[in-house]
Design a protein around this ligand. Structure first.
Ligand code: CS2
Length: 480
């Protein structure tokens, strides 16, 4: 079911009577059987992978069982509506509303037994992941950080044989062990987090965890599980009360879990699906042999600009992406970073096939969509991990080419200033960042840089460059 609405109509019709809740009577057809298991049930999964699956020509064969991460809330809310929810596509010209029905089971992530049961079923062919960049617990060497405290705790639980792992990696490894035991055969794990080479990252993280528990399991995973790399794209801010009210007014039912997204969406995938997959190409997904150029284009141009705006913009007093982009100082920083990134992007036929000028123009339009309130504070989270993918490769490539990389370095400098100014920093390395911020001068810069990339921290010229750029967007941070 889809409805279109102009902006001036939105929110007009105040419901006079209690409206029905979105419920199974609105499900367009019978529930599809579970063949996809998702870890990380959140707004992005619902606006992206679940939306593609809903639109696939063979959607009737592909139901998703979606598991939450740390908290059960999203699963409980969705389960009340039989897994149904509304995607609000929010364009400058107005909203359109679609009820998505591909999620057939919404489960609390702590229910590891259900996860193991589903992975042990031969019908399950695909596992998709949106567990956040930081959850892969990658060390600076690209391998699983086996000393991370939650990894240590989960390994102890797995070894004891009677405990429920708490990390997505631990849960997935336990469920893959159940699949091996059941002889249910190969499947594909599709990483949908914003990491370069994300299939390899997922492979290293999963086999790293499995291998530290049971070397045979790691070998079985290597032989049977295909790790698919993908580049995912759709700007999806957090749902607000106003969004819930807009759906109620426009659609005539109450939906406790609508998701608002821009009309644009993109999914590029590369890898094998040994047990099959939905026809995601019907919804515009693209399958390629070499994903790296697409991945870098998206990670550097979109996500890189996002991080730059998140730190620079908040230091300048802005709250949303659209507001920050309207600030000439922030816009200039983004354009300079894009110039550096573009100089290091190349596709199969140079940059022609990547259509960088068009991509940049489209990004400016997407970021300026003022009807999408994309909060900088949301993007600013987990900076130490995100900068490794978004700023470091461009800085390294620029320096290798004999140039300064000042625009990429500025993103890192803005993060440092922000990390000292923020009331509360959400980051997997928050305590180390706080410690580093107690140092002063060059020592502080070096210590912060080491958390992002130890090699860069060992390069005195880069440390000096970053130190020089601190303070560009506001007060230079001083040690307490
Ligand atoms: C953002 C992404 O929060 C962030 O770090 O850069 O979530 C971004 O909105 C998506 O990747 C867009 O596809």
């Amino acid at each position: 079911m889809s409805i279109d609405l102009q902006p001036e109509d939105a929110g007009k019709a105040e419901p006079a009577v209690e409206l029905p809740r979105l419920n199974r009577s609105l499900r367009p057809s019978a529930k599809a059987p579970v063949r996809i298991v998702h870890l990380g049930l959140g707004a992005f999964h619902r606006s992206h992978q679940a939306w593609y699956t809903h639109q696939a020509g063979d959607a009737a064969d592909w139901g998703i069982a979606a598991f939450t991460g740390r908290r059960p809330d999203a699963a409980l809310a969705l389960a009340e509506q039989d897994g149904l929810y509304t995607v609000v596509e929010r364009a400058d010209a107005g909203d359109s509303f679609t009820v998505v029905s591909s999620i057939v089971e919404a489960v609390d992530g702590a229910d590891v037994q259900r996860l193991a049961e589903l992975l042990a079923a031969p019908a399950t062919a695909v596992v998709t992941l949106t567990i956040t960049e930081a959850a892969y617990r990658l060390g600076a060497d690209g391998q699983l950080d086996r000393k991370a405290h939650d990894v240590v705790a989960d390994l102890a639980l797995l070894a004891s044989g009677d405990g429920q792992p708490a990390t997505p990696l631990g849960r997935l490894v336990l469920a893959l062990a159940a699949r091996r035991a059941a002889g249910a055969g190969p499947l594909a794990v599709v990483c949908c987090d914003n990491l370069s080479n994300n299939g390899t990252v997922a492979h290293n993280a999963v086999t790293g965890m499995a291998g530290a528990w049971d070397a045979d399991l790691a070998d079985w995973i290597d032989a049977n599980i295909s790790f698919v790399s993908t580049s995912v794209d759709r700007i999806t801010p957090r749902t607000t009360e106003a969004d819930i009210a807009a759906v109620q007014a426009a659609c005539g039912y109450r939906d406790n879990s609508p998701v608002v997204a821009e009309p644009f969406s993109n999914w590029v995938l590369s890898g094998e699906f040994p047990a099959g997959r939905p026809q995601w190409e019907d919804a515009g997904a693209v399958f390629v042999a070499d994903i790296e150029p697409y991945e870098n284009r998206k990670l550097w141009l979109l996500n890189g600009a996002h991080s730059l705006l998140a730190y620079a913009g908040q230091l300048r007093g802005h709250a949303t992406v659209a507001q920050a982009l309207a600030d000439p100082l922030c816009l200039r920083a983004v354009e300079s970073f894009w110039d550096e990134a573009e100089a290091n992007l190349s596709g199969t036929e140079g940059t022609a096939d990547l259509q960088i000028p068009e991509y940049r123009r489209a990004l400016l339009a997407r970021f300026s969509n003022a009807r999408i309130a994309h909060h900088l504070a949301q993007i600013a989270m987990d900076g130490s991990t995100k900068l490794r993918m978004r700023a470091v490769p461009v800085l390294q490539a620029e320096r290798a080419a004999g140039r300064s990389g000042a625009a990429a370095a500025l993103m890192i400098a803005a993060w440092m200033d922000y990390s000292a100014a923020a009331a509360e920093l959400q980051d997997p390395l928050a305590s180390q960042v706080a410690e580093a911020n107690h140092l002063s001068g060059t020592d502080r810069i070096r210590a912060l840089l080491a958390l992002v990339d130890p090699n860069l921290a060992g390069d005195a010229a880069v440390v000096a460059l970053v130190e020089d750029l601190c303070g560009t967007f506001g007060e230079r941070a001083v040690s307490p």
